[in-house]
Ligand binder design. Structure first.
Ligand code: NAP
Length: 272
C-alpha cells in the first residue's frame, strides 16, 4: 500500500467535481471520481471513475467498497454531487422537493455514514462538503435547493464537532454563483402558476446572468486542494467576491435591509 493520500470526489463528471478531481490528481493525490454513468464521463489521466448514485444505499456501499478494495483506505471524501431545483415554493411538488433533498442532503448523509467506519478504523480522515452561498443566504425561486444547503450547513457543523475527537476533519465550502454546466442540469418544477410567472422569470434571468459572470469551477478545486493540504482545516470556506460580500452583509445588516438587498439582487423589487 502506498503513502499517497486517497481522495474520493462525488460528481466528478462535470463542473466543480471534475475540476477538483483533475487538480487533485495533478497535485499527486490518488483520486477516484464518480458518476452515475462512468462510461460517458470524459476520461482523465490517472483518475479512476467509479459508478455512484448518491440516492441509492447499495450504490453508495458498492462505491466505497470499490475504493477500499482497490487501495485499502480512504483519506478524503469530497461530497460534491448535487443539482438545482428551480420554481416558486408553491409550484414545487412534495416529490420534487424530496428528490432534491435525496441528492443534495441525504446523498451526503449516506456517503458520510459509508466512509466513517473506514476513517474510524484508520484513526483519521477528512470530509469536505460542497455547500453553497445559497446555504447561508436563500435564493428565491430556488427555495428548496437553498433549504437543502441550509440543512447541509447544520449537518456539517454538527458532524465536525462529533468526529473531531476521532481525528476526522470536516469542512464546507460556500461559493456564490459559478460558471459551470449546472444550469444545463437544472430541474424546473412541473407545475407553473401564472401569478409567479413574471417574478420567476426575473429571478431566474438574474441568476443566469450572475452564473455567466461568475468564476469558473477552478475556484472550488483550488479551495479543496488548499483544505486537503492544510494541517488545521477550518469549518467554513466562503469563496469568491460575491459569497464573501453577501455573507458579510447577512451577518451585519439588519434583517429588513438585507431582505431589501436580496429583492433587488433577484429583481423582485419591481424595478426594471
Ligand atoms: N454552479 C454553481 O453556481 C454552484 C455554486 C455553489 C455550489 N455549487 C455546488 O457544487 C456542486 C457541483 O455543482 P456543479 O456546478 O459542478 O454542477 P454540475 O456541473 O451539474 O455537476 C453535478 C455533478 O453531480 C453529479 N450528480 C448529480 N446527481 C447525482 C446523483 N444522484 N448521484 C451521484 N452524482 C450525481 C453529476 O454526475 P452524473 O450526472 O455523471 O452522475 C455531476 O458530476 C453541487 O453540490 C452544487 O450545489 C454549485
Amino acid at each position: 500500500m502506498s503513502n499517497q493520500k486517497v481522495v474520493l470526489v462525488t460528481g466528478a463528471s462535470s463542473g466543480n467535481g471534475q475540476a477538483t478531481a483533475r487538480l487533485l490528481s495533478q497535485a499527486g493525490y490518488k483520486v477516484f471520481g464518480t458518476s452515475r454513468d462512468p462510461s460517458s464521463a470524459e476520461p482523465m489521466p490517472d483518475l479512476e471513475m467509479v459508478a455512484l448514485d448518491v440516492r441509492d444505499d447499495d450504490s453508495v456501499a458498492a462505491c466505497v467498497k470499490a475504493v477500499s478494495d482497490r487501495v485499502g483506505h480512504l483519506d478524503v471524501l469530497v461530497n460534491n454531487a448535487g443539482y438545482e431545483l428551480a420554481g416558486a415554493l408553491e409550484e414545487v411538488s412534495l416529490d420534487e422537493a424530496k428528490a432534491q433533498f435525496e441528492t443534495n442532503f441525504f446523498g451526503v448523509v449516506r456517503m458520510v455514514k459509508a466512509v466513517l467506519p473506514l476513517m474510524r478504523r484508520q484513526e483519521g480522515g477528512q470530509i469536505i462538503n460542497i455547500s453553497s452561498l445559497a446555504g447561508l443566504s436563500p435564493v428565491p425561486f430556488m427555495g428548496i435547493y437553498s433549504a437543502s444547503k441550509f440543512a447541509l450547513e447544520g449537518y456539517t457543523e454538527a458532524l465536525r464537532l462529533e468526529v473531531q475527537p476521532l481525528n476526522i476533519h470536516v469542512s464546507q465550502i460556500e461559493a456564490g454563483f459559478l460558471k459551470t454546466p449546472m444550469p444545463n442540469h437544472r430541474q424546473i418544477a412541473t407545475e407553473q402558476i401564472g401569478a409567479y410567472e413574471l417574478w420567476r422569470r426575473r429571478a431566474l434571468d438574474a441568476i443566469r446572468a450572475y452564473e455567466e459572470e461568475g468564476p469558473g469551477p477552478e475556484l472550488v478545486a483550488e479551495t479543496v486542494l488548499r483544505i486537503v493540504a492544510s494541517s488545521r482545516p477550518r469549518l467554513r470556506y466562503v469563496i469568491g467576491q460575491q459569497a464573501k460580500r453577501v455573507s458579510r452583509l447577512r451577518r451585519f445588516l439588519p434583517e429588513g435591509v438585507f431582505q431589501n438587498g436580496s429583492r433587488s439582487t433577484f429583481r423582485l423589487d419591481g424595478r426594471e
